[in-house]
Design a protein around this ligand. Structure first.
Ligand SMILES: [Zn+2]
Length: 369
């Protein structure tokens, strides 16, 4: 090795050290989470066991002095845990960590830029959920609860004997069931993609999801539907995969099941069942084509109904006016004075409206005296 090479080696080493020093800030923040002494363990509850007690095995990290924020996160996590328990009778023992990350750069570093969510990420192995503060603050309470339940769901699934090595579509789909994440919007998007032949195959979703937001959303949808079939085959209803969780928790049956889902033949079988559950593509296409026309008929019907109602109301008002006029013609002088007296009150009320606040204040003061 020449002298010059030694120099350049020294330069690169110095650069490497400088880089390490630069990135060590967030790394230090990350290691602030002390190694917990207890063991994190997923527990299967009997039917009789009650809801979780409030001081749950949760630790909020990174909120500093902001006690209100800690309490808020703890509250959302408590609700999420309650949802997981009631949907599946599954809970955990030991401490789970929820790390509040203010800085986007730290967030990327902690989570390894997981493409999954900008709002939060989870590591089952480290029993930690990282919350991206910026995205969290922008979300409504319902979304926050979904995000928290989803991420805590990852902690549970990832700590089951059969949950550690699931294909990505199966893990995400299962976690969506745990978090109760399915709505009309997603259902329509999946139906539409199915009609147009644009639904991704499970085969493409084993290790990664597309980064394009629309395609990513479809990937989650496909995962959800495939898991609905798998859980359904065990007798679970949608959104409550209690039996599937128990199967994955079994030391022998769990790993066998997740291994099977990697088998191309079995995987494609579930893919087919998932598509069949959506019905024929032709039917969906017809619904898609006709839905435009249906919508117009509905709008026209609503418009006609509103017009008819307005007309009926105007007629009733006209009739009432006629009656009132007839009544006015038969009034005595006293009646008229009574009526006009009421009108004077109205004028006074109008005058009060026109005055400035300080004028009103002065007038009221005078009236008091
Ligand atoms: Zn997820």
């Amino acid at each position: 090795m020449k002298h010059r090479d030694h120099l350049s080696l020294a330069f690169w080493l110095a650069l490497l050290v400088a880089l390490l020093v630069l990135v060590s800030g967030p790394v230090r923040a990350q290691t602030l989470i002390e190694e917990p002494e207890d063991k994190f363990q997923v527990v299967l509850l009997g039917d009789q066991e009650q809801q979780a007690a409030r001081p749950g095995p949760l630790k909020i990290v990174g909120t500093g002095e902001n006690d209100a924020l800690s309490a808020h996160l703890e509250d959302v996590a408590f609700q999420a845990r309650g949802r997981l328990r009631s949907a599946t009778r599954v809970d955990w023992q030991g401490t789970a960590f929820i790390v509040w990350v203010e800085n986007e750069r730290d967030y990327r570093q902690f989570t390894g830029m997981s493409p999954e969510f900008t709002a939060a990420a989870a590591s089952a192995e480290r029993r930690t959920v990282w919350i991206n503060a910026a995205a969290w603050k922008k979300s409504d309470p319902q979304t926050q609860l979904h995000v928290m339940t989803h991420e805590l769901g990852h902690l549970l699934v990832g700590n089951l004997p059969g949950g550690r090595d699931l294909p990505l579509w199966a893990e995400e789909g299962l976690v969506m069931h745990l978090a109760g994440e399915w709505g009309l919007e997603q259902s329509l998007a999946v139906s539409r993609a199915h009609a147009l032949g644009q639904l991704p195959a499970l085969e493409q979703l084993e290790s990664r999801f597309p980064t394009d937001p629309e395609m990513q959303s479809l990937a989650y949808g496909v995962g959800y539907l495939a898991v609905r079939e798998i859980a359904g085959s065990l007798g679970d209803g949608p959104g409550a995969p209690a039996r599937l969780m128990r199967r994955l928790a079994d030391e022998t049956a769990g790993p066998r099941m997740s291994g099977n889902l990697w088998d191309p033949t079995i995987r494609d079988g579930w893919d087919l069942r998932m598509r069949e559950s959506l019905g024929g593509r032709f039917t969906h296409l017809m619904i898609l084509i006709s839905s435009g026309a249906t919508l117009w008929v509905l709008i026209m019907a609503l418009a006609f109904w509103a017009w008819a109602k307005k007309r009926a109301r105007r007629r009733a008002a006209d009739q009432k006016e006629e009656e009132e006029e007839a009544w006015a013609a038969s009034l005595t002088e006293d009646d008229v004075r009574e009526v006009w007296g009421a009108k004077e009150d109205e004028q006074e009320a109008k005058a009060e409206e026109d005055e400035y606040p300080w004028e009103r204040w002065e007038r009221l003061k005078e009236e008091e005296e």
